[in-house]
Design a protein. Sequence first.
Length: 359
Amino acid sequence: MITLNVDLGERSYPIYIGTDLLNQADLLTQHISGNSALIVTNETVAPLYLDKIKQHLSGIKHEVVILPDGEQFKNLDVLNQIYDALLSHQFDRNTTLIALGGGVIGDITGFAAATYQRGVNLIQIPTTLLSQVDSSVGGKTAVNHKLGKNMIGAFYQPKAVIADTNTLNTLDDRQLSSGIAEVIKYGLIRDTDFHAWLKAHMKALLHRDPAALAHAIERSCQNKADVVSADEKESGQRALLNLGHTFGHAIETGMGYGEWLHGEGVATGMMMAAILSCKLGNISEDDVAEVRQLLLCAKLPVHAPEQLTAKGFKKLMAIDKKVQDGKIRLILLHAIGDAYITDDYEDSQLTACINASYC
Ligand code: NAD
Ligand code: GLY
């Protein structure tokens, strides 16, 4: 097992990464501070892993909420099911919420933990690649609004993240690729050595080679932990973790939550960011081709959906947390491995980038 640390002073916490961690009772129970816990999971993950977690909680009062599965259920109505369970079972402020599942479960449970009685203990047990390399770490919690993704949320750090890589054995290939999109992101924004490693090991990742997966998860979490430790609430460099996301969120919202997976939207969004970076003269056509090749190799989409016109795209992009004074700030590339945030581009260049992104 590898243990990384998110360094946030008194709110620092460990990220445990390894095989068979769900069978290690201590790893979980040492982070449960009170004498009650609510496990939140969904109808897909529960039959696979819920019993493993429940067996460790035999000594304390615990209940389970099983939510419907899907991005379209990451909303205020479904969030209420968690509050209903907490209140009907009279869970107090010493309760621990345990998020068992992918990023949807992690984000909605995290927001419930941030808001129930003004904040209760949270433990993240991510079970998808995407949630192990990104969403379980760093304390962003949220639900979607029909007009915009992740628009209602809070920064709220967990007490621990337990990433058991064995859980990835039951993940389907499309979800694996979706997670790889966020892995590729770290290389593109700040880690050229990792980018080079990914180019050499993408096939191994897709074949779920355990050593390759372990390295990719560790390196991704280390990158994320470093950024979050330096800028927890996104006043600066944390925004770079959103490479491709403003484009991607527009695709997810515009196509209907759940149609495009999050990582698929991010992949196409990173492609669009690379195209715009090239139009601005920052990176070469060869760099753009390199980004495209890596995404295609990871079996990710690189073309914007034709159903979204450039006008529709920009309207959706205007509902984004990085919009300031009406201007959409974007994460672009100075070079592969060197991202920056900017609103210094012409609207016509953004339109040209969107138009160049269709098939
Ligand atoms: P997800 O949570 O929908 O999980 C994907 C699918 O895999 C679901 O059907 C789920 O039930 C299933 N699943 C989960 N674990 C499984 C397993 N071990 N075996 C088989 N099936 C399993 O999607 P995701 O990709 O994990 O997360 C996407 C979400 O994360 C989005 O809502 C996105 O906005 C959010 N996100 C948040 C952050 C953050 O910093 N908080 C970062 C990135 C993404
Ligand atoms: N996924 C972007 C962030 O955590 O900041």
